[in-house]
Every structure is written in C-alpha cells, then in structure tokens.
Design a protein around this ligand. Structure first.
Ligand code: GLU
Length: 454
C-alpha cells in the first residue's frame, strides 16, 4: 500500500518545536515508506487564521528540510464539507440543536449532581417541526450534532456500550466507548465548521492512509472513525504520539515564542538540531544530532515512543547545534560563510570550528583575524610584550611558528605556562579564550600581530 500522510496545522500562530514533532513523524514516516506528505492548512476558522502565519509555517518547514509533495487549504474546500454535511443530514445523522451554551452548562451540572455522565441527552432529536420553526422565528440558529452510532436500533435514547477499536501504530490497541461521549457538534450556530468534519472529509478525499498526531486527539479518534464510516469512507490508520513538555511538565503553547521555529532559526541553531530534538525526545533512542533527514528517518521507530510526556530541555538545541557544527566540513559551510562576509578558507574553518557554537559564530573569529582588535595588555606585562615583539619570527608562517616563537620568548623572559601564553593571547586577540593560536597566528599574519603587540 502506498503511504500518504498529512501535517495539518491551523495557521493561527507561529509553529514551535512541539508542532514540529507531528510534522516530522509524518514526514519521516512517509520518506521511509517512499510515500507522499501533504501540508494541509486547517484554516476553516477564518477569523483566527492568517495568511501571514501560513506563509510563516511554509518558511519554517522549508528551513527544517520538510518539503511537502502537496499543499492544500481547507478554506478553499468548503463545497466538499457542505456536500458531506448534506449527506449526513439526509441520512438523519446530523441534526439541529438550539440550546444556548448556558442551557447546556446547566444540563451538564444537573447530570453531574445526579451522578450521571455529562453526556448530551439528544434533546434536539425530540424537537417537533413547530418547535424548530418557533426557535427560528425567535432568531435562534441551529448548531448541528452528529448522531453517534451508540444506541439501540431505531431508538437513539437507549444507549448501548459501543466500543470502537483501532490498532494505533504508536500506542497499540485502543478502545473508545461511543456511549460515553456526547454527540459532537460539527457545525456551529454561525454556520462555521468545527475542525472534525473538514478534517475527515479531507483525509478521505486526499487518500490519507495514516493520521499521525498528538495524543491530545485520542478521544477524537473514536468519533472520527464513526464519521468516516457514516460517510462510507475508508478509515485510515491512526498513531498518537506523546507531547513535548518543558522540564517542569508544562505544555508548549503556540505563544511560547522562544521555542518558535522562527526564533530558533534567528538564533542561529541548526535545523537538524531542532529536528533531532523534536523527534528523538521521549523515545527509546538517545537524543543525538542526526546529520540528515535520512539519518533521522533511520532513527525513528514508532514502537520506541514512550507513553508518558516527552520532557525536553530547550538548552539541548544549543548543545546539538554545537555538535553538528563541530562535525561540519568546509564544504558544508562554505556558502553560508561567504554569505556572512567571511572570506576564510578551509584552513580558517578548521582553525575555528571547535570554537563555534553556531556557524554564524565564525564571523566573530573572522573579524578577529581580518579586522582590528583592541589588544588587552596589562600594565605589568608591557615589558614582556615588548620583548616578545622583538622575537617575533619573520614570515612565512605556518603551524610551527607559534611554538618556535613562544619557545624563544620563554628562553628570553623565563616565563612559562599561563603567564607566558595568556598575555600574548590577550594582546593578539583581545580575548582570554579562543581557537588554538598555533592555527590563528598564520591567519592573522605578522603585520597585524606586530600591530597588536604595541
Ligand atoms: N489542525 C489540527 C491541530 O492542529 C490537526 C489535528 C490532526 O492532525 O488531525 O490540532
């Protein structure tokens, strides 16, 4: 069977690392199976959905390396949802209700007080045509509920336990009793669709074979399976993964700005660091940076996804990025260095990469080599620096120059260890830490070094 999956974000904010988890589970699964990945904007909520966010999501996915095979927008597909709603109405499976939110709340409270589950009592199904006409005349508008198949034949008021099962590709066998649920509202009183029906219609129409999403949707799945069946559509496979939380167990909301993909990108983190963290946290695989999507696809194993929350430490994005950067060849970064105004070559990159937490850090080292620095020379080192300057070898310089020079300076001044090296480093680079000077010195060159030793 060929696999088709979808990532279905609502464009109502910027996506964050928690949203990337389902995007990647779907994308990598499809990639491994040679299947198709659909990016579907769940934008039926026209008030809250914004084009700006949809564009932002596309940009973020591209940066992460997720390339959809097909892009769709629910806001362009209302005719399909209207047709499905009409079909359900005709079959008597979608019925009008006129309760206000306050009335419903009162009924739920009453049911709770009587020790009954707060399940909708299907009062809408008992309305006569006259009652409906009276509500409409009052200006009330119907909201529409789907009649769950959880009752005795021909008698919707006698509920029977009705277990819906599915073999969750992540969590194993799951069961939901439809008699424990209220008939879901599919269309609001203002005529807009809730997420449920459009999602089912699209999953069926787009030939989605696997719906991989967060475990917050488990309860929806039982209902959705019933609706797929009512529409005569084939039911996809489902998989529900654990959700990312911060170390304190807090969920990530769309507004947790610091973890938005956009802000991680702007901070210079590597996309594969973000992807690795989003996928491997809360699984049996060690959280380590995968160098490519193919490598990450090989690390993904649905059976290794834990059933408890996937706690993660945002700092790890930095650690994983640094590991990836340290392993990068010059060819990997050449274009990015050039774009950042770094003219250094392979020798430069090997000299500085261990001291870069992000690729963009290389610019600071390049500026230190090619630009000017403010030498840091302590009063008591003036004499020592002057002596060292006298002993600075003639060019050409190579990796051995630093060793030869400091050996001579040691012989002349009697200094050794930190008191020998640190004043020279601070004078030449203006910093107490940095890449190995044996590599840096030939890049800085004699003229600049002389300049800085004054
Ligand atoms: N738009 C839904 C969400 O973001 C999609 C859920 C699903 O994958 O079915 O939660």
């Amino acid at each position: 069977m060929s696999v088709t999956v979808r990532f279905a974000p609502s464009p109502t904010g910027h996506i964050h690392i928690g949203n990337v988890r389902p995007a990647l589970f779907n994308y990598l699964f499809a990639k491994k199976q040679g299947g198709q990945f659909v990016l579907r904007y769940d934008d039926t909520d026209v008030e809250r959905s914004k084009e700006e966010y949809a564009l932002g999501i596309a940009e973020d996915l591209k940066w992460l390396g997720i390339n959809p095979d097909r892009v769709e927008k629910q806001s362009e597909r209302f005719a399909l949802y209207d047709a499905a709603a009409a079909k359900l109405k005709e079959a008597g499976l979608l019925y009008p209700c006129y309760e206000t939110p306050e009335e419903l709340e009162r009924r739920r409270n009453r049911a709770r007080a009587l020790g009954r589950p707060p399940v909708y009592d299907r009062a809408g199904l008992k309305l006569t045509e006259e009652q409906i006409a009276a509500y409409e005349a009052e200006g009330r508008k119907a909201h529409w509920r789907f009649k769950l198949p959880n009752h005795a034949e021909g008698d919707p008021f006698t509920l029977n336990r009705t277990d819906v099962h599915w073999d969750d590709v992540i969590r194993g066998r799951q069961t939901v009793d439809l008699a424990s649920l209220s008939d879901p509202v599919l269309i609001r009183a203002d005529g807009t669709y809730l997420y449920t029906l459009p999602s089912i219609v699209d999953d069926a129409d787009m030939g989605i074979t696997h719906v991989i999403r967060g475990e917050d949707h488990i309860a929806n799945t039982g209902v959705q399976i019933a609706i797929f069946e009512a529409l005569g559509a084939s039911v996809p496979e489902f998989g529900h993964h654990n959700l990312l939380t911060t170390a304190s167990g807090e969920g990530l909301s769309k507004r947790s700005g610091a973890l938005s993909i956009r802000s991680l990108r702007e901070a210079g983190y590597e996309p594969m660091a973000v992807c690795s963290l989003a996928v491997l946290t809360g699984t049996s695989h060690a959280v380590e940076p995968a160098a490519s999507m193919d490598a990450l696809a090989d690390m993904l194993d649905f059976s290794g996804i834990s059933k408890s929350a996937a706690k993660f430490d945002p700092e790890d994005v930095g650690h994983l990025t640094a590991k990836l950067v340290h392993a990068m060849s010059f060819a990997d970064v050449a274009a990015r260095l050039k774009a950042a105004g770094v003219e250094g070559d392979e020798v430069f990159w090997s000299a500085v990469k261990e001291n870069c937490s992000t690729v963009s850090d290389a610019k600071n080292w390049w500026d230190l080599i090619a630009g000017s620095v403010t030498p840091e020379i302590a009063e008591e080192d003036n004499e020592f620096i002057a002596q060292a300057k006298e002993l600075l070898p003639q060019e050409p310089w190579n990796e051995a120059t630093w060793g030869e020079w400091t050996k001579a300076v040691k012989g002349e001044t009697g200094r050794k260890g930190k008191s020998l090296f640190m004043p020279l480093r601070k004078a030449i680079t203006g910093l107490a830490h940095g890449p190995d000077l044996k590599n840096m010195l030939p890049l800085i060159g004699r003229e600049k070094t002389l300049d800085r030793l004054s």
